[in-house]
Design a binder for this molecule. Structure first.
Ligand code: ADP
Length: 557
């Protein structure tokens, strides 16, 4: 702006200067021309009078300085027929007929005539004034005058000096003036546009700026609020969330997406650069070509479900929204479920095959009379095994799916242990195992049925995997903020290699021994699920041939 004002004022001054010089010169030139014309008319009048009186004889003393008003002017006397009778500069006989000259023609016709003729170079001009005498002859007085070009050429130096001085002055003044004009504009405080004391002409503009500022502030506040809401929603999502543009550059994301993909993306970079997984690139490419895409991506130990939706503006895809879900747990559960189904089928098949085999033999009459009872007993045992297995499957399914709502109540673990031991007394006697219940009353909030099942399984295992004349100690105590039940036996123990796996479904250290003692492989799995249901912690300590102690620690009420 400063430069523009400076340039404009400079240009204006230059133009005004040139126009002024041109006008002054024009006026001056015009003035002098009129002056010359008047002088010529005067002189012509005076000479005409003299020639009228004295005839050609007047020109005899023509060189005399005092006999004529101006010695420089050329005087020509032309006869009625155009013949030059006298000329003050050239011999009259050398001059051709002047009858066709404009000023002569006009003078002959109207009494006086005037003309102006330019030299070929336009540097000189001749002004002629002719007056008709009484005898019809014409007297002409001519004078040379400088043309505009001659004057310009002659005045060039002073003109240039004037223009230069004017330019220097203008440069200095323009710089100061433009600075003075700009200064109040520079001093404007646009934070409070209407509080400025400046040019009146700027008031509407400042008012407009103030209004726009207000609108922008409102829009910004709205945008910030929306952004905050958006961040609040996306940041509280456990799902990863990415928004990309049509070139796959990242526009928005939540931290869950970064955590799931284990990336720290720099701004404005293609998502394809920081996650090169085939499935990820696939869904992005499909979404950017306008197709909704889903896939599962495996990374390290995790499985992710990728869902990419294209974002359209009219017909054009302008980007995509990608949602990433960690489905590791779901996938694991699916695998476990599949394994469980396969195991269940297998576990059910064995007793059923035995039952079917025995029954087939009996049906064919191939079993001798004396063996029928043994066969029937075998069928009965296998059927019992099946019932136990099915019951265990039902229990674990109930706990696993938590489909049946259980009701919690205060349960005294000491009383419960006493009852469970009572139920197992016969079994313990059969195997010559002695129970000791140690401890005191200890109440927790829990589901009686599940707790009973858990304790039963632990005590049952402590008998099943015990030695002859072994003992089982059931301890109920309270430590810190937990209530503990410990079932400790003096049995065969579990080697460290198996200790981590005995809580898995159908996992047995010694399958044939487990079957022989009536195990289903689900006892400890039920204990684990029961503990999970009660948010209790299980720990196992075991030494081969010494014994096993399993502790369940419940939170105090
Ligand atoms: P099972 O019905 O076979 O007993 P469990 O789930 O109760 O199934 O136990 C899984 C396996 O852990 C058993 O097969 C057994 O090998 C081992 N086990 C469980 N409890 C004990 C224990 N007290 N002493 C030694 N081994 C045990």
């Amino acid at each position: 702006m400063h430069k523009k004002i400076f340039r404009s004022s400079l240009l204006t001054v230059c133009l005004v200067l040139i126009a002024t010089i041109a006008l002054i010169m024009g006026f001056l030139f015009h003035f002098f021309e009129k002056q010359i014309q008047a002088e010529l008319a005067n002189e012509a009048g005076f000479l005409a009078q003299a020639v009228e009186n004295e005839g050609i004889g007047y020109f005899d003393g023509f060189d005399d300085k005092n006999s004529r008003p101006s010695r420089n002017n050329r005087v020509t006397w032309i006869g009625k027929d155009g013949t030059v009778l006298f000329d003050s500069r050239v011999d009259a006989s050398e001059l051709d007929n002047h009858a066709d000259r404009d000023e002569i023609k006009t003078a002959m016709k109207d009494g006086k005539g005037m003309s102006t003729r330019y030299s070929k170079t336009l540097t000189e001009k001749t002004v002629n004034y002719a007056i008709r005498l009484s005898d019809g002859s014409v007297l002409r007085v001519s004078t040379e005058q400088y043309t505009v070009i001659t004057i310009l050429m002659g005045m060039l130096q002073p003109i240039l000096i004037t223009i230069s001085v004017a330019l220097i002055l203008t440069l200095a003044l323009s710089a100061r003036v433009s600075k003075a004009i700009i200064e109040p504009v520079n001093r404007l405080d646009l934070d409070v546009p209407e509080n400025n004391d400046t040019y009146e002409e700027l008031t509407p503009l400042l008012r407009k700026i103030a209004n726009q500022k207000e609108t922008i502030e409102e829009q910004l506040a709205d945008a910030r609020k929306n952004q905050k809401e958006f961040n609040l929603i996306t940041e509280n999502m456990s799902e990863g969330f990415l928004v990309i543009d049509a070139d796959a550059n990242l526009l928005t994301y939540n931290s869950a997406a970064l955590n799931l993909l284990e990336i720290t993306p720099p701004a404005d970079r293609s998502v394809l650069l920081f996650c090169r997984a085939k499935e990820f690139r696939g869904v992005i490419s499909d979404a950017l070509s306008g197709i909704r895409a889903e896939d599962i991506m495996a990374r390290d130990e995790h499985s992710y479900s990728l869902i990419a939706n294209p974002v359209f503006e009219g017909e054009t895809v302008i980007g995509a929204v990608v949602v990433i879900l960690d489905i590791t747990e779901r996938e694991k559960r699916d695998t476990l479920r599949r394994e469980f189904t396969a195991n269940v089928s297998h576990e059910l098949k064995t007793p059923l095959t035995s039952i079917s085999g025995f029954a087939e033999l009996m049906k064919a009459g191939d079993v001798p009379e004396k063996d029928v009872v043994d066969f029937s007993e075998s069928i009965y045992d296998e059927a019992q095994r099946l019932i136990t297995l099915v019951n265990d499957i039902i229990k674990i399914s109930e706990l696993d799916g938590q489909s049946i709502p259980f009701e919690s109540e205060p349960v005294d673990l000491y009383e419960l242990s006493k009852e469970v031991i009572g139920r197992l007394e016969n079994e313990a006697e059969k195997r010559q195992v002695t129970f000791h219940l140690i401890g005191d009353r200890a109440e927790i909030m829990g589901v009686y049925k599940i707790l009973e099942e858990m304790l039963y399984n632990l005590c049952d295992n402590a008998i099943k995997y015990n030695k002859e004349n072994g003992t089982v100690d059931v301890l109920v105590n309270q430590t810190g903020d937990s209530v503990n039940v410990i079932v400790r036996d003096t049995g065969m123990g579990i080697s460290p290699a198996h200790q981590g796996r005995v809580f898995e479904r159908f996992y047995r250290v010694d399958k044939s021994h487990s079957k022989k003692v009536g195990g289903t492989g689900l006892g400890l799995a039920i204990v684990k699920h029961g503990a999970m249901y009660h948010h209790a912690k299980i720990s196992l300590e075991s030494t081969v041939d010494v014994g096993t102690a399993i502790t369940i620690a419940f939170a105090k009420i």
